[in-house]
Design a protein around this ligand. Structure first.
Ligand code: FBP
Length: 549
């Protein structure tokens, strides 16, 4: 691997650790916990891992070195900082006992099932310190859910003398981590399973998890790019830029980028759902802002579109729910059909209301909704070109208004999709520190015999040494939800709260941003320099923590 100069310099960065993790630690236990919903069902499904207390690590006495070989899995989409979680685990596990071994299962959960792994050595790990990406061991989306998989995994776990497996993933992967922890506990196998909160989408958060790792860096990268586009828009004054931003369901990324860059429009899927808006109403709303700016001679602007939008438009959401059940229930009678026959099959099997909605969708959107789901049953929304769909519809609406004499401007659009550009960026200082601390916390949970916990680090708006590290039982975050046509225990996804501080701040400002040109150009992530520039958390986290005071 050839190393850039920045990477070489960055390799020297020593992540800042919270005081509670700097030396020997001891466990401070809180009260017993309950799941966020459906307590009776979750308790029944997780009898061995339900109700455990929240844990905080505080400075403690040195104890005898512990023997603990550890296996690590990276699961799902890449998120900046994943390598530092591994470095944190590696350093802490080796500090426990230099003979301890750390294994990386390759290409995601599939590596455990297929017995595909490498032993991580310090020479190897050192090359990845403070770097982005998941290429140290690769990632994948295999869903760990079947007993055969758990038993197959156990074979290699036993062979390598592994005491604990750490699964670094989003809500679905941590749900699976919890199921695996419960299974191994129920069987008395003596294998611990620990989760770690990863996803750029920012939707794995709750009262215990202030943010998932990667959100900070990814949104800073997207905000830099949006700022550059805004500056281009303001220089050329001839284009409306439609920017779709990743975030499979929740609009946290779009909202955070809006708070950082002050674009003219930012759609928030959760609001669209609550207001029961149709696609046509969304188009009219954007077209109205375009027309208003045109009156002031401003035939340019920037619109942010969250990736998950389409699923949140209520009529389309209802259609997707029925399609999910339909596709889950039907096998080769559907899969083996050609494209047109699949379209006809869907129309014939849907309820009248949903068939009508399906029939009105542009062909490529309808097609995308009819394709196979990802292994977790999700529509692959990153493949739907909502930014083009919206700008085409806005263009058509403006043409209509022009004919009616209601609009006199000119409208030309450009399209962008920012997602993959940010997921492997070199972690910001925040993510580098946060991830390293998560890794050290995970190692301490293992050393203290815990299973079914997710590593956490809190108080993230304070300087890193005042952060608080510990663990939260994963069952505490669970409730029952319908997936692939069945009710399943899952970690509740955190959507944008319309009464939360970040959305309120945006709502207070957006009319002005739509009318005027209030762009902010954040520039690139800085790794060296004043702390208020280099270590600053996201606006979302700052506003949420401020509101808690
Ligand atoms: P995770 O939820 O696994 O962290 O992935 C998030 C994400 O980046 C979404 O924003 C996006 O919709 C999806 O992954 C894309 O998936 P893929 O990498 O498989 O194309």
């Amino acid at each position: 691997m050839k190393t850039s100069l920045l990477q070489k310099a960055r390799a020297q960065y020593q992540p800042k650790l919270p005081k509670g993790l700097q030396g020997a630690v001891k466990v401070k236990e809180g009260a017993a916990t309950q799941s966020v919903g459906d307590q009776d069902e979750i308790k029944k499904l997780f009898p061995n891992t339900y109700g455990m207390p929240i844990i905080e690590f505080v400075p403690g006495e040195e104890y005898a070195a512990r023997e603990m070989n550890v296996g690590i899995i990276l699961s799902g989409g890449q998120a900046p900082g994943g390598h530092n979680v591994i470095c944190g685990i590696f350093d802490a596990v080796k500090r426990q006992n230099a003979n301890n071994k750390v294994y990386g299962f390759l290409m995601g959960p599939g590596g455990l099932v297929d017995h595909d792994y490498i032993e991580l050595t310090s020479d190897y790990v050192d090359k990845y310190r403070n770097t982005g990406g998941f290429d140290m061991i690769g990632s994948g989306r295999t869903k760990l859910e079947k007993e055969e998989q758990f038993e197959k995994g156990l074979e290699i776990i036993r062979e390598l003398g592994i005491k604990a497996v750490v699964i670094i993933g989003g809500d679905d992967s941590n749900t699976n981590a919890c199921v695996l922890a419960e299974y191994y506990a129920a069987k008395n196998y003596g294998i611990q399973v620990i989760g770690c909160p990863k996803t750029i989408d920012g939707d794995l958060k709750n009262a215990q998890i202030e943010t998932s790792f990667g959100f900070d860096t990814a949104t800073k990268v997207y905000a830099e790019l949006i700022g550059n586009i805004e500056r281009d828009a303001n220089s050329a004054r001839k284009y409306w830029h439609f920017v779709k931003l990743m975030g499979r369901s929740a609009s946290h990324i779009a909202l955070e980028c809006a708070l950082q860059t002050q674009p003219n429009i930012c759609l928030v899927s959760e609001e669209i759902e609550k207001e029961d808006m149709t696609l046509n109403q969304i188009v009219e709303q954007i077209a109205t802002a375009v027309a208003q700016r045109a009156e002031a001679g401003n035939n340019f602007g920037v619109v942010l579109v969250p990736e998950g939008l389409i699923e949140f438009i209520p009529a389309i959401g209802r259609l997707i729910d029925e399609l999910n059940d339909l596709l889950a229930a039907h096998g080769s009678d559907y899969k083996d059909l050609d494209k047109d026959a699949q379209h006809a099959y869907i129309l014939a099997h849907l309820s009248k209301e949903n068939a009508d909605t399906f029939a009105t969708l542009p062909e490529d959107v309808a097609r995308q909704l009819s394709l196979d789901r990802d292994p977790h049953g999700n529509v692959q929304v990153s493949l739907i070109e909502t930014e083009k769909l919206l700008s085409n519809m806005v263009g058509a609406k403006l043409d209509e208004w022009k004919k009616e004499g209601k609009y006199k401007g000119s409208f030309a659009s450009q399209h962008h999709f920012f997602g993959y550009e940010g997921r492997c960026a070199a972690p910001s200082n925040f993510d580098a520190d946060y991830c390293y601390a998560l890794g050290v916390s995970a190692a301490n949970l293992i050393a203290n015999g815990k299973t079914g916990y997710m590593a956490i680090v809190q108080n993230l708006s304070a300087p890193a040494e005042d952060w608080k590290a510990g663990g939260v039982p994963i069952t505490m975050m669970m409730n029952m939800e319908r997936r692939n046509g069945e009710m399943k225990p899952v970690i509740r996804k955190a959507l944008v709260e319309l009464d939360g501080a970040p959305f309120k701040k945006f709502a207070e400002k957006r009319d002005e941003w739509a009318r005027e040109t209030c762009f902010v150009y954040p520039g690139p992530i800085q790794y060296w320099g004043p702390s208020e520039v280099c270590d600053r958390e996201t606006r979302t986290l700052a506003l949420e923590n401020e509101a808690k005071k």
